[in-house]
Design a protein around this ligand. Structure first.
Ligand code: PNS
Length: 164
């Protein structure tokens, strides 16, 4: 069984991520969406929310699993007995950091292969960071994120409006 891990922050999940996961399910028997527990960053969506969102979007896909991890990615991958890491490459600008990560992960764990996948063209400019920025400034993100993400973003905005 070919098991792949798709790691990331997913704060929040975008349609670019969804596209990569769907492509991954066509290449691998199972893809584990592994959400990093990052204590340094202050995420907009809690870990529980991020897990719920991915679960909801892929509820009809038994070959997509959602999990969280902390520490080294390669340790998590070994613990799950997977041997492939999937990463999305949107543009040349992603390449340098991704190349460094892939080679570092290879040095740490030579048997684990990183597979880069390109999302559909219409998603090549999307990032979680831009989605949060555009939405918080009143811009339209419809079609760039799953509907559940859009409604959760709206809930957060309403919550904020009540506080101030
Ligand atoms: O969605 P992101 O923020 O680009 O994902 C980055 C991620 C989670 C893949 C990366 O930060 C990671 O693997 N972190 C775990 C710690 C680790 O293994 N660091 C060394 C990587 S070379």
């Amino acid at each position: 069984m070919k098991l792949a891990v798709y790691p990331g922050s997913f704060d929040p999940l975008t349609n670019g991520h969804v596209d990569i996961i769907e492509r991954g399910t066509r290449l691998f028997d199972k893809i584990i969406v592994a959400i990093l527990v990052n204590v340094e960053k202050s995420p907009l969506f809690s870990m529980q929310e991020r897990v719920e969102i991915v679960r909801e979007v892929f509820k009809g896909s038994p070959n997509v699993e959602v999990d969280t991890f902390e520490g080294l990615l390669v340790d998590y991958v070994a613990g799950r007995k997977a041997d492939v890491i999937v990463r999305g490459l949107r543009a040349l600008s992603d390449f340098e950091a991704e190349f460094q990560m892939a080679l570092m992960n290879r040095r740490l764990s030579p048997h684990v292969e990183t597979v880069f996948m390109m999302p559909a063209e219409q998603y090549t400019y999307i990032s979680s960071r831009l989605i949060k920025e555009v939405f918080s400034l009143g811009g339209q993100v419809r079609g760039l994120v799953p509907e559940i993400v859009e409604s959760r973003l709206r809930e957060k905005q309403r919550g904020k409006a009540h506080v101030s």
